[in-house]
Design a protein around this ligand. Structure first.
Ligand SMILES: C[S@@+](CC[C@H](N)C(=O)[O-])C[C@H]1O[C@@H](n2cnc3c(N)ncnc32)[C@H](O)[C@@H]1O
Length: 261
């Protein structure tokens, strides 16, 4: 074989084949990447949430308890002692036990793989499903203005694309006097190792793998947008750490709050 032919063959072998493989991989990831990621996140979170939410149960119970005394802005429902609740980013359904019995629940959740997991848990509860909407909390056009008595978010504002826009949407759908209950992990104060690590991981792998920001000051964003609400009650706290797990340490600092429209 001529030297030129051998060179062409080598170029084909060492350049074209890897380039072709990379192109095919790129096309595959572009077409199926986000659905694979959504499937993995739903499976991971469905498993991980059990331990997390079991450990948080007692504190969450106290946080959500006032919901039991909330009166619906809708006269018919108020007379029946019922509430309209919207849960954003409900995942596989971690909060049924905190909602007053027979509440009418609407869910806004962008990840379709959570839906069957969510319904599996919902069927064991006494919560009545209104709608499960596959959409984002930043744009809840399927939910009417002033139509909800309560909006709930647990561990979601770390994942939304735009916290401010989400708060605006929450305010829009709440009826006057309606309450927004939130429970989120937040960025530790500057100067701590945790603050540094939360930045480092968020900007490298965390957002990419889990679609979550460890370094959001959600309580500060709520405070900056306080004009959306008539009253805000919020406090930072440290979650009880179980078995010294590294992931738990990363989300040690939380905020729980109730914002009233
Ligand atoms: C860490 S999981 C928390 C699930 C559940 N709230 C819980 O406490 O177990 C985050 C959830 O937020 C959802 N999410 C992500 N981006 C969202 C968005 N823009 N609007 C609404 N939900 C979103 C995810 O699909 C996922 O269900």
């Amino acid at each position: 074989m001529a030297t030129a032919d051998v060179t062409v063959q080598r170029v084909l072998h060492f350049c074209m084949v890897p380039t072709l493989l990379i192109c095919l991989m790129f096309i595959f990831i572009k077409k199926f990447g986000s659905s694979i990621k959504d499937r993995l996140i739903s499976a991971f979170w469905n498993h991980a949430m059990v331990k997390y939410h079991t450990a948080m149960r007692d504190i969450k119970k106290i946080h959500f308890n006032p919901m039991n005394y909330h009166k619906s802005a809708d006269l018919y429902l108020r007379n029946k002692g019922l509430l309209r609740i919207l849960e954003i980013g409900a995942g596989s359904g971690a909060n049924f036990e905190f909602f007053p019995p027979n509440s009418k629940l609407t869910v806004v959740e962008p990840n379709a793989f959570f839906e069957p997991l969510f319904y599996k848990r919902q069927q064991k509860s006494d919560i009545k499903m209104e709608k499960f909407l596959l959409s984002h909390a930043e744009d809840m056009k399927e939910v009417a203005d002033n139509s909800m008595d309560v909006v709930v978010s647990t561990l979601v504002l770390c994942s939304v694309k735009n916290v401010k826009q989400t708060l605006k949407e929450v305010q829009r759908v709440l009826a006057p006097g309606g309450k927004f209950y939130y429970w989120e992990h937040v960025h530790d104060v500057p100067g701590t190792w945790l603050h540094f690590l939360q930045n480092l991981l968020t900007y490298t792998i965390w957002d990419l793998c889990f679609g979550c920001h460890l370094n959001r000051n959600i309580d500060h964003v709520v405070e900056e947008n306080k004009t959306l609400f008539s009253h805000i009650d919020q406090e930072r706290f440290d979650i009880p750490l179980m078995n010294g797990s590294f992931a738990w340490k990363l989300v040690r600092v939380h905020v729980m709050g109730v914002a009233t429209k």
